[in-house]
Design a protein around this ligand. Structure first.
Ligand SMILES: [Zn+2]
Length: 240
């Protein structure tokens, strides 16, 4: 059964109630969720679920389930799975997710400073990276940092835009990440729009205003292969 993705409309939801639709040893699926499933370089969410009997079970990871559109949350080792039909209160590990949202959105901004095809990327709670198909001599850490931070300082609100598969096919320039093609077949594709800065397909979670990123530092630039020149960033400051 498909899981309603509450974070798609509101990435700031820290808690919600949901009903268990499937369960086995070590995992549950819910009718709706605030937990993002691993994908697009962003890790799966962690947190807790609260049972009516007061038991609090840690969620160690979240992945896509086997049936299309389903999301599977993995319980901490040793936890007993709630029963199908049971209602739970979900609690997101918000500090971790918010760091992921800030870093994820920072990568969108940085991808507009480095004008080269993106060949890979990954986000962790403490750092994030993009790989570019570019001559490494053209990657200047100080320039990337100052130009990215200048864009962040514009503090513009982000927007979610939906377009049809056909509209995306007609605008191939929107797809910057060569290694991750946006999911097709659902008839529509979700885009993140940072007005005046970036527009690209993305199903991840983002901050509402890029000012919340605060600022970034380029931690290192490294050669990871012929078409993979890696720029790794960390956050600067606590956001606003
Ligand atoms: Zn994104």
């Amino acid at each position: 059964m498909a899981t309603e993705l509450l974070f798609r409309d509101d990435a700031y939801l820290k808690t919600a109630t949901a009903r268990v639709t499937a369960a086995d040893s070590g995992w549950i699926e819910l009718d709706r969720t605030i937990f993002y499933a691993l994908g697009g370089g962003q890790p799966g969410d962690t947190g807790h679920v609260l049972r009516d009997n007061g038991e609090r079970i840690a969620i160690a990871d979240t992945r896509k389930g086997e049936t299309p559109g389903s999301v599977r949350s993995f319980l901490a080792p040793g936890a007993s799975a709630p029963a199908i039909g049971e209602q739970l209160t979900l609690e997101l590990d918000w500090a971790r997710r918010y760091a992921l949202m800030r870093l994820h959105t920072a990568l969108h901004v940085m991808s507009c400073v480095v004008t080269a095809p993106v060949t890979g990327g990954n986000i962790a709670p403490d750092k994030a990276r993009l790989d570019f198909d570019i001559d490494i001599q053209l990657l200047d850490a100080a320039r990337i940092e100052s130009e990215t931070n200048a864009l962040i300082a514009r503090a513009v609100a982000t927007e979610t835009v939906w377009i049809t598969d056909q509209e995306l096919d007609a605008r191939p320039e929107l797809v910057k990440t060569m290694s991750v093609q946006p999911p097709r077949g659902a008839g529509r594709v979700r885009l993140l729009k940072i007005p005046g800065i970036d527009l690209q397909p993305c199903g991840g979670t983002h901050v509402a205003n890029i000012g919340e990123i605060g600022g970034i530092r380029v931690a290192r630039i490294r050669n990871e292969g012929k078409r993979n020149k890696r720029v790794e960033i960390i956050l600067q400051g606590d956001g606003t």
